[in-house]
Design a protein around this ligand. Sequence first.
Ligand code: AMP
Length: 439
Amino acid sequence: MSNQEFRDFNLIKPIYRALRDMDYTNPTPVQMQAIPPLLAGRDLLGCAQTGTGKTAAFSLPIIQHLAKNQRRRERGFVRALIVTPTRELAAQIYENLNMYSKYLDVNSVVVFGGVKQNSQVKSLNRGVDILVATPGRLLDLINQGYIKLEKVEFFVLDEADRMLDMGFIPDVRRILGHLPNKRQTMFFSATLSPKIIQLSKSMIHNPVRVDVTPEKPVVELIDQRLMNVRTKQEKSTVLMNILKDQNVTRALVFTRTKHGANKLVKLLARADIEALGIHGNKTQSAREKALESFKAGRVKVLIATDIAARGIDVEGISHVINHDIPNVAETYVHRIGRTARAGSGGISISLCSPEEHPFIRDIEKLIKQPIPIVDERPYLTRVELKPVEPKPQRQTRPSQKSYSQKRNRKPRNPQGQRRPKQRGQASPGSKARRGNYNR
Ligand code: AMP
């Protein structure tokens, strides 16, 4: 972070407001170097990893331009295209775009493989300002005529080196063939090998070059531990035993999903461990309150998802616990880095179930060291859980109709089955009945 402020850039107010909501105060180095030339329309060759703030660096100028030069959206046509190698990254970029543009009429759509295309096609048909895509699905949809790239004004190629590793370059070249020559291009890669530079030359013209060395947490300072567990239940038991330890003074626990975070907060409460959750489904004020309590030490456990945890800068975190192992290796480095602020050390514990082993292998490759395995057995002691509190009964007002009444349906019998229809008897919504109305 720097002393420069976002206010020093020529960004429009709704963007500042969104950044303020996200607690971005100072631009990161890549943002400082990239945003002004991008606003001026230059191409960019960026050497920056995920975690440096590069998403905002390329997104903010695009959003600003689209907001200032609005056009009617046309079915299938795209104005800005961001291509990224993995669906996790695509989803993450999409989520960020939505946050940056939340006060503007600029829309984004994300498409990636591995899921049905129907809902993606529906969104495309409504017209798209910014499309985030992985290469395979993008080409599929182009070939089916759902996406048209002839009017693209901005093209971002993200993580070019990973594209190369994953064998996506032929696909990228095919995509390039659909793009108009007149466009602004931003090319990002974590490394700039000769091969990558060569590739970039076919896409960018007279670019500004931005190089940022990632703000890597000092992995060596962190006492990393890996515990293998067999089941989900073992995971929870081990976690509860760890958190009950006196040495854990401030713990940040990561879960993969928002739902998982909520569930964990409830479970810990039953073990008398007070924890708060912080994730994207919570209101801004709930998030702030949780963070404040955690910072002030009123609650020693914070359970977070990755997106919500980004930007959390809390000192004195004694433990980072990966309840779920991240499937993007870089995320692991971000997570554990929260415990080694300002040169202090800290402990990170990763709870790994059998299906998560491949993620650990990726992480170890990235950090170039094995994570020492620690015996989980002492932490498998049974934890006494309080019974689940019954949900408060919802009061139904006498006048309130039941679901079946509202839908004009036959009530269910006590076994929950709808009574079988008598031969010749019309159900309330059936044609025969409607026929009566028409008479
Ligand atoms: P990225 O490299 O774009 O994936 O960004 C890494 C994380 O840093 C994201 O979660 C962003 O929300 C966060 N971030 C990006 N820029 C800033 C900033 N200027 N201030 C605070 N957090 C930021």
